[in-house]
Design a binder for this molecule. Structure first.
Ligand SMILES: [Zn+2]
Length: 486
């Protein structure tokens, strides 16, 4: 059920036009119908729902790793028409998918099934190519705005049903999606094109192009083993021996290149595994792996074990695993954050803050370290530390104003200081960034009523409230005019 719900989005949007119009001409690079900006808005609207899904992975370390890997590929595109955003969904099935507007999702199951970073890069490069070759836009280009709007509401309803499969609408929609699924063979030409462009992109970004063929080859084998339960990816991306031979021929023509995995690749996979199943199962898995000696890198197994032990609340054992990991000389912001998380769990806030401050200097890009540092300052509980938490959040918000998590942490710090207007105002920004406009407006209203700030701040709240109300009016107007997505 879950598989069907996910894959349907692509198919739902892609399949309808394909059925109606036959195959779009692949030589025709021009897009028709759906503009780049309309496609982006459509994608953003779908993302609002996806981000609320309980299985959307908010973990900054996992999310950032996959996003950075994707951005590394995207930065080698000759012409970037659309910004890309890569995200992870907690789901054991093997799947990855491109949504309209450059949003690309990967299941944790697929990340765990890859054996090298180049294999994962191969899947992302293939998805990126579906977007840059405008496969989605070309398929639903001829739809009217009204048709698109109804397709979109269907897609959003299916996504909503995903986290709540009991709702009656789920079964009906899944049936519809399954019908569309049968039109898969229409997209074989798109698949070949995505392979070809994806391989070029991998090469330009410095990955081992053989990774794409080896991963798809393995997928095909798995698909044969489980005929009726083939990986979801195979259903959205029809794969044939011929396609793989085609890929291998192209790879053989290229110079051989080795691309060693980054440290983060192994650690992120271990972290995903550490948070699967029950904590005890995860601990047992890593322990058995250590004993058997069957692993690519010992540091990854020690790292996973320490996380699993932390999750189980066995802090002394987690510290031992961390110490063993440190002896392996594995330098990464993920290791520093793990050390800090163990301290935080021990309520050693000063110790955690020391590790994090030092690590943040070495790894200024690592968002997770900043979040943890603010948590450590908040955990300490005294006013001076809480004010420091506010300062750090403010400084970081200036650098990345669109980071909802920072606004949320700022709200918590203001709440701890009893600053109600500031708390509500920060919460409003967090909600706004998450696409929860109505809730943002409510918070700003509450901020005005808080009555604990000066005239200057109050007028800032008023100005923001006017802005958001205006935005809300625009949205309503667009909906009345039949433009399902503003
Ligand atoms: Zn594909």
């Amino acid at each position: 059920m879950r598989i069907v719900l996910w894959l349907c989005l692509w198919l739902l949007l892609a399949g309808q036009k394909a059925a109606a119009e036959g195959l779009p001409d692949l030589g025709e690079a021009e897009r028709s119908g759906l503009s780049v900006s309309a496609e982006r808005r459509l994608g953003e609207k779908i993302m609002l729902e996806i981000r609320r899904d309980p299985d959307f992975v908010h973990d900054a370390e996992i999310a950032d790793y996959v996003n950075q890997l994707g951005q590394r590929l995207a930065s080698h595109l000759e012409e970037a028409r659309t910004p890309f955003e890569f995200f992870v969904v907690r789901d054991p099935t093997l799947n990855a998918f491109a949504l309209p507007g450059g949003f690309i999702g990967v299941h944790t199951g697929l990340i765990l099934a890859t054996r090298s970073e180049s294999e994962l890069a191969g899947v992302l490069a293939h998805e990126i190519s579906h977007v840059t070759q405008s496969h989605l836009a070309r398929m639903f280009g001829a739809q009217s705005q009204a048709q698109l709007a109804s397709l979109l509401s269907l897609a959003v309803a299916i996504l909503a049903a995903r986290s709540n499969p009991d709702v009656a609408v789920g079964a009906a929609l899944a049936g519809q999606a399954a019908g569309i699924q049968n039109q898969l063979n229409y997209s074989r030409d798109f698949e070949r094109e995505a392979d070809r462009f994806g391989l070029d992109l991998m090469e330009r970004a410095g990955f081992d192009t053989r990774g794409m063929a080896s991963f798809f080859q393995r997928l095909l084998q798995v698909g044969r083993l489980y005929e009726n339960n083939a990986p979801a990816y195979l259903r959205t991306h029809p794969l044939t021996t011929e396609r793989i031979t085609d890929m291998e021929n192209r790879i053989a023509q290229r110079p051989y290149r080795q691309a060693p995995d980054s440290v983060a690749f192994g650690l992120v996979r271990a972290k995903i595994k550490a948070y699967q199943g029950t904590p005890a199962e995860a601990v047992a898995d890593f322990t058995a792996q250590l004993k058997s000696g069957k692993y690519a890198r010992e540091a990854d197994v020690r790292f996973g074990l320490a996380h699993a032990l932390l999750r189980e609340g066995r802090l002394a054992a987690a510290e031992e695993a961390l110490a063993a990991l440190r002896r392996l000389d594995c330098a990464s912001p993920l290791v520093e954050n793990l050390a800090a998380q163990i301290r935080l769990r021990r309520k050693d806030y000063a110790g955690a803050a020391r590790i994090l401050q030092d690590a943040a200097r070495r790894y200024p890009e690592a968002r997770a370290l900043t979040y943890a540092l603010i948590e450590a300052k908040l955990g300490a509980g005294d006013a001076a530390q809480t004010r420091e938490a506010v300062e750090i959040a403010r400084r970081e918000i200036k650098l990345t104003p669109s980071d909802a998590r920072l606004h949320e942490l700022a709200a918590r710090a203001h709440a701890a200081l009893g600053e109600r207007l500031r708390e509500r105002r920060a919460l409003a920004e967090a909600y706004y960034l998450e696409g929860r406009l109505d809730e943002a407006i409510i918070q700003l209203d509450l901020a005005r009523q808080a009555n604990d700030a000066d005239f200057y701040e109050l007028s800032e709240v008023d100005a923001r409230l006017r802005e958001l109300r205006q935005r809300k009016q625009e949205l309503l107007r667009n909906e009345r005019n039949g433009r399902g997505f503003p």
